[in-house]
Design a binder for this molecule. Structure first.
Ligand SMILES: Nc1ncnc2c1ncn2[C@@H]1O[C@H](COP(=O)(O)OP(=O)(O)OP(=O)(O)O)[C@@H](O)[C@H]1O
Length: 455
């Protein structure tokens, strides 16, 4: 049986949270329910009789759905902004007369303020995520650039091709070379080329106190010794499972730990401190040293059998002075890297590059890297000049002709010598007459030469 609603429909519609407005075909409001007072901040009496065109103009709501229905003669749904900062999803429905002309338009809405807020929050989070993604990509690229190995020289090419040949084997590799030649960088490179799934785990044997190195490497069982953690400790050997264990400065490894390392290499097993159960591991061992291990063996500080085990593949990395062809590339790479890292735009003049190329770099790539980083950070001007360089590098171009016969013409060598002698003389005497006397030439000759060299 149909419900007898009769006159009570108005009471029902007034009870709705949704606003309901009915207009005639001209857009004059003929009915508004109680909720409209809340949504549009107007009394019902003011709303009824008003034109939607007027209310739209006054921005009581915008846009007017009834106006759009009248203009299009079609049902419409749109998002409307109200005077009390709410967002409504409004629909305007047509009631036709007998001749299918518009008689009334019934408008009702749904509050979507929260949904819209949520949408803009999601958009904001999405944007933030996009920024974080970009930042991450930037740092990943930077890291890749940082780990780019410069190897233009035949000497370094030989090193890289040897590494390529052994990369995917299990063979233990010993990297030797002076401090700062790039042993750690190449060890990491070897791990990347090996396609091992595990981690690259690195330990510098000289930086850990002798008493701790064993537990760092092999870990220990819970409460294995006084002061040990109750949870026990996973050692680096275990962390390197399926990866690469890099032991830097292996020459400093205490003799008792050397014995354990030997067993580990031979048996692929080890014992955590305090544990009677051996553990199996699978890793590639790479060791590096800048000391002469054969000397250490003679001194009794290094086990010969371990040395033989370690040096299955021995790669010796040449010092920077033996790979001149890499120098310019390294220089350019580092300027680019540090400019990017610190947001600077520093450049080197030809004279500065010349000084840097002539220097012998006893501290190898690390010394070069440290100097370039310092220059990029501390020089105020955008162009790095020879005078910005440390004195020992800046004077390299003066000292070089004496030892670098073969690279320069006699004329250039004589001129460079003359400049150096003139500079020395001027440091002693600040008068051209005295300088002339010292060098046993006329004073006008001194003046002419100073002018010639712009001194
Ligand atoms: N061929 C290279 N190309 C680019 N950068 C290099 C190269 N060789 C070394 N470097 C950089 O020089 C610095 C020193 O290198 P690394 O620490 O690998 O030297 P090392 O031989 O392990 O030194 P140490 O013996 O003191 O441990 C690092 O910043 C490294 O990235």
């Amino acid at each position: 049986m149909a419900l007898e609603i009769g006159e009570r429909w108005e009471e029902i519609v007034d009870g709705l949270y949704t606003d309901v407005i009915i207009t005639d075909k001209h857009g004059t409001i003929v009915y508004a329910n109680d909720s409209t007072e809340y949504w549009f901040k107007m009394n019902k009496d003011e709303i009824i009789g008003n034109s939607v065109f007027e209310l739209e103009k006054k921005r009581v709501f915008y846009p007017s759905v009834a106006r759009m229905v009248i203009e299009s003669s079609q049902k419409q749904t749109l998002i409307q902004q109200t005077r009390n900062e709410k967002k409504l999803l409004v629909t305007g429905n047509i009631i036709y007369d007998d001749k299918r002309n518009i008689e009334y338009i019934v408008c009702y809405s749904q509050d979507i303020t929260e949904i819209e807020k949520m949408k803009s929050y999601i958009k904001k989070v999405e944007n933030e995520l996009e920024n974080v993604k970009k930042e991450l990509q930037y740092y990943q690229k930077l890291q890749m650039e940082d780990s780019h190995v410069v190897a233009k020289s035949p000497n370094m090419q030989r090193v890289l091709s040897m590494m390529d040949r052994v990369a995917d084997t299990d063979a233990t590799v010993l990297l030797t070379g002076e401090s700062g030649v790039g042993k750690s960088l190449l060890a990491e490179q070897l791990h990347k080329k090996s396609n091992r799934k595990g981690e690259f785990v690195s330990i510098n044997c000289s930086s850990i106190p002798e008493s701790l190195i064993e537990s760092e490497l092999f870990g220990y069982k819970p409460g294995a010794f006084t002061g040990a953690s109750q949870k026990g400790k996973v050692g680096l050997v275990e962390k390197a499972h399926n990866g690469t264990l890099f032991l830097d400065e292996i020459g400093e490894l205490p003799v008792n730990v050397q014995a354990k390392l030997l067993m580990l290499i031979q048996e692929k097993t080890f014992y955590r401190i305090g544990d009677a159960q051996p553990k199996e591991v699978n890793f590639r061992l790479v060791a590096a040293t800048n000391v002469n291990l054969e000397e250490r063996i003679k001194e009794g500080a290094f086990r010969e059998d371990l040395y033989f085990r370690l040096s299955v593949i021995h790669i010796s990395i040449p010092p920077l002075r033996e790979r001149q062809e890499d120098l310019l590339n390294l220089l350019m790479n580092m300027i680019k890297k540090f400019n990017k890292r610190y947001g600077r735009h520093k450049d080197l003049t030809h004279e500065t590059i010349d000084c840097l190329l002539r220097y012998s770099w006893p501290g190898n790539v690390r010394e070069l890297s440290n100097i370039i980083e310092r220059l990029v950070l501390t020089i105020e001007e955008d162009v790095i000049l020879p005078e910005h360089l440390p004195e020992n590098i800046n004077t390299a171009h003066l000292a070089a002709p004496f030892i670098e016969v073969g690279h320069k013409s006699l004329k250039e060598i004589l001129e460079a010598t003359e400049i150096r002698v003139l500079k020395d003389a001027r440091e002693k005497y600040n008068s051209t007459t005295k300088m002339a006397k010292l060098l046993k030439v006329s004073q006008p000759t001194i003046v002419r030469k100073l002018k010639k060299y712009g001194l």
